[in-house]
Design a protein around this ligand. Sequence first.
Ligand code: ADP
Ligand code: MG
Length: 237
Amino acid sequence: LERDSLLRKDHNIHVSGNNIPSPLENFSELSSRYGCESYLLRNLAELGFKEPTPIQRQTIPVLLSGRECFACAPTGSGKTLAFVCPMLMKLKHASKDGIRAVILCPTRELADQTTRECKKMAKGNKFYIKLMTKELARNSDFSKRPCDILISTPLRLRLAIRKKKVDLSRVEYLVLDESDKLFELGLLKQIDSVVKACSNPSIIRSLFSATLPDFVEELARTIMHDAVRVIIGRKNT
Ligand code: ADP
Ligand code: MG
């Protein structure tokens, strides 16, 4: 525990919550502590990622322990990998059990970028990773197609929910990325319908953001249970 707090101090990691898992010292702990498969470590190495960024050090173990979290770290600090890595590890392998994970991004561009990053990290493991397009939201019956991870904006996903093109009742992981922007863009209603449609009681929700204004924190507290709060540096810079 002494070791945990030193490591957190070294990396400017601030946490609150019950029973917070130890931060990662390095990526190889993904296999020694959590039995990470080799494809993922290989992808990290190929991308030249030598050590976890501060946000990754703390949120990866939190999510791998099955805890919900809300996390705040500056732009460019590696938040995508912080939720994609534990998601891939938890999902383990592709399946045809319907949509298992959802990542909400504020804009189409960010959704696109997140999809690419996700596919890079999943290389060597045949996950079904899909970007929700307008076309797919209108015309595609997702219940007939395998989809492990679905990446979408709240608008597109709500359209698909309304048109009954997606069944989100089995979603195990829901990420709200760039949640400060999601809220600034006034997407609260759309987010709410996605949160409601993800009705699996054992769902793990997480929220990532570059800033943590009070309204984001309030929402985090209303939709999450026993969440761990992780802040890198200061809350609103
Ligand atoms: P954020 O979402 O916090 O703005 P991103 O997830 O987009 O940041 O990551 C920013 C950049 O850092 C990306 O180019 C990403 O590939 C890179 N990156 C992520 N994790 C690491 C790491 N552990 N080591 C080096 N680079 C990393
Ligand atoms: Mg990001």
